[in-house]
Design a binder for this molecule. Structure first.
Ligand SMILES: *Cc1c(COP(=O)(O)O)cnc(C)c1O
Length: 300
C-alpha cells in the first residue's frame, strides 16, 4: 500500500466578497485530505515517512505538546504504514490525557513525557532506547521542521493548480509550510505568513534557513494577528469563528486557521491586497484542536 492511499485530494472553495471588498479569494481546503492527518501535516510528514520506509526503519520518534496536530498526525500516518510511533511530549504526564494525546495513543503511539527544560533542548529520555533500537528509529523534528518537511509542503502548490493567484496566504507555526509555499511559488506571487507564536523574531530566520538564497526574500510575515500567541484566544476570535462559519461554511481551528481567516477578512476589508488581486488562502487543517475548547463554544 502506498503511504498516500488514505489521503484524499483537497478541494478549492471560492468565498464571496464581503462589505464591498474587491478581492477575489479562494480557499484550498487541505482540511479535507484526511480526518486526522489533517492539512499541512500530511504534506510535511510524507517525505520523512517515505525515507523511513525506504531505509527499513521500524520506528518514528517525534516531539510535540499535549495538543499538537503534528503528534496525532504522525501517530496516524505511522499506524497506516506499519511503523511504531514514539512521541516525546512536553511537560509532566497529566492524570487525564488530552483528546489529542489519547487519540495518538489509540493509534499506537508510545508517549514519553519530559520536563519543559529537557523538551526545550529536545533531549530524548534514556529509557526510550531501552525499548526501541536506536538504529531502527527515524527522528522527525518538532512540527516536521526541516528540508524533507519543506519539500513535502512544496507539493501543496505543485499538486494543485495555483499559478493564477497574485497572493498566497497561510498560517505559520514553525514556518516549514511557508518555506515550502515560498519555494514552490513563481516570482510574481506574494507569499504572506500569519504567525501564531507571539512576536517570535527568529521565525523569519527559520523560514529563510529552509530556502535557497534567491528565494529568501520572497515571503512576508504579518505579526499583528496572533491573539496573544500560540493557542491563545479571546471572545472576539471565537465570535469570528462562528460568524465565518455561518457566512462561508468554512470551519476553522482556534490555534491556527481562525487567526489566518481573521487576518484575511481584515486585510480584505482594508483592501490590503489591492485591485485585481486573486488571493489563495491555505486552509491547513488542524480542526481536532477545537476538542480542547469547552463544549458549546463553537456552532460547528
Ligand atoms: C502545524 C500547523 C500549522 C503550522 O505549520 P508550520 O509548517 O509549522 O508553520 C498551520 N496550520 C495548522 C492547522 C497546523 O496544524
Amino acid at each position: 500500500m502506498s503511504i498516500s492511499a488514505v489521503i484524499k485530494k483537497p478541494f478549492l472553495q471560492t468565498i464571496l466578497p464581503s462589505t464591498g471588498a474587491l478581492t477575489s479569494t479562494s480557499v484550498l481546503r487541505l482540511d479535507a485530505v484526511h480526518e486526522v492527518v489533517s492539512g499541512n501535516k500530511w504534506y510535511k510528514l510524507k517525505n520523512y515517512i517515505t525515507d523511513a520506509i525506504t531505509l527499513n526503519k521500524k520506528n518514528i520518534l517525534t516531539f510535540g505538546g499535549a495538543y499538537s496536530n503534528h503528534i496525532v498526525a504522525a501517530a496516524a500516518v505511522c499506524n497506516a504504514n506499519g511503523l511504531q510511533s514514539i512521541g516525546i511530549i512536553r511537560g509532566e504526564e497529566p492524570r487525564l490525557l488530552s483528546h489529542t494525546l489519547q487519540q495518538a495513543n489509540n493509534f499506537g503511539m508510545q508517549l514519553f513525557f519530559v520536563s519543559r527544560e529537557d523538551y526545550a533542548s529536545k533531549k530524548i529520555p534514556a529509557n526510550v532506547f531501552h525499548f526501541y533500537s536506536d538504529e531502527e528509529t527515524c527522528i522527525i523534528p518538532e512540527g516536521g521542521y526541516g528540508l524533507p518537511g519543506m519539500m513535502g509542503a512544496m507539493d501543496i502548490l505543485g499538486e494543485n493548480e495555483s499559478s493564477g493567484y497574485t497572493h498566497i496566504i497561510a498560517a505559520v507555526g514553525t514556518g516549514t509550510m511557508l518555506a515550502g509555499l515560498t519555494n514552490a511559488a513563481p516570482p510574481h506571487q506574494k507569499i504572506i505568513g500569519i504567525p501564531v507564536p507571539k512576536n517570535n523574531a527568529s521565525l523569519s530566520d527559520g523560514v529563510k534557513y529552509l530556502l535557497p538564497p534567491e528565494k529568501q526574500k520572497n515571503f512576508e510575515l504579518l505579526h499583528q494577528f496572533h491573539f496573544g500567541g500560540y493557542a491563545k484566544y479571546n471572545h472576539a476570535l471565537i465570535t469570528f469563528m462562528n460568524e465565518w462559519y455561518k457566512q462561508t461554511g468554512i470551519p476553522t481551528d482556534f490555534v491556527y486557521t481562525a487567526k489566518l481567516f481573521y487576518a484575511v477578512n481584515e486585510l480584505r476589508n482594508q483592501n490590503y491586497f489591492g485591485g485585481g488581486a486573486n488571493v489563495l488562502v491555505i486552509h491547513s487543517g488542524g480542526l481536532q484542536g477545537n476538542n480542547s475548547l469547552p463544549k458549546g463554544t463553537l456552532i460547528f
